[in-house]
Design a protein around this ligand. Sequence first.
Ligand code: GN1
Ligand code: MG
Length: 366
Amino acid sequence: MKEIISHFDIKNEVADPQPLKIGFINDSFIVRAKNQGEKSYFLQRINHHIFQNVEGLQRNIQIVTDHIRKKLAAAGETDIDRKVLELVPTKDGKLFHKTAEGDFWRVYVLIENASSQEKVTPESAELTGEAFGRFQCQLADLPFDALCESIPNFHNIEFRLWQLDEAIKEAVRSQKSEIRYQRYEACADIIAWIDKRREEMCLAERLFREGKLPKHINHCDTKVNNILFDEQGKPLCIVDLDTVMPGFVLSDFGDFMRTAANTGAEDDPNLENIHVDLAIFEAYARGYLREATFLTDIEKELLPYGCRLLSYMQTVRFFTDYLNGDTYYKIQYPEHNLVRTRAQLRLVEEQEKVADKMREIIQRIN
Ligand code: GN1
Ligand code: MG
């Protein structure tokens, strides 16, 4: 680990990296300054099986953080170092270090005195909505194709359904004794449930093809825990920029609601816990719409649909991984991906029940 750190342009003395348990994808470590008052760092091993174009990924992050830093400076903001992430280059000026074993590492400056939350209150949701709205707005003047898709077709539901269909085909072809066959056979109800909603859920992609729905730069992982709050509980900085890429604003709005406006957990084994928290929905939407001033009418109109779309997409993704034998998401117990699937599926059903109420709320705020 010490060796890894030595490749980066870190000028102060630091302690050994300590592992952090966050995220399902990358491995993260904290690298503390030895002397008080000096910079500490956040070291990550990038999962290059998932992010196959590490160069493009790191370039995306650099473009986005530079752009936001400029916007913050132009707006006369203070404490900018805590409001936007900063990549630390390697000593030879690269944005990542590749080891002889083929691992990819990167370093950020650690944002001090900041913490993440797993749940929000209506008060913090409004501030969070503003923060994500501002984030999108700051990036709205970048052409959407200024960034690459760090994971191709990441939030493309047509592609996710295709992946599911491939997983099903593989499962059907496999031996009856294999786990994928058994999982497939036991989950006919889930497959039928997904099929019933296919057409509706591909609407956004169709509208894009017809030129009716634009793409912008999105964060594409707007879970509550991807925002850092300061000591007063105010949003400070948006983190986890691996998936910043072109997409529909529905992605960011919907993914936040998927995690925050759910009274249950993403992997709640008790489906009775799962309902839509309309107070959170309303508060977040109010903050978001206040800041995301670039939105077109169709984008605003589709926001409630975006909530269902993202929960549905997550259902499909968790379920595909379950059928594939849990190769993508880290799991904590053998049936974890099935539990996650059922919890997300229930959330879609709950969002369907309150779709009209969501629409009324958006109209009222607008
Ligand atoms: C993954 O690793 P994490 O928690 O930031 C995933 C998201 C999913 C999420 C589900 C690159 O995010 O898309 O919504 O898990 N990220 C990637 O909790 O696949
Ligand atoms: Mg994350």
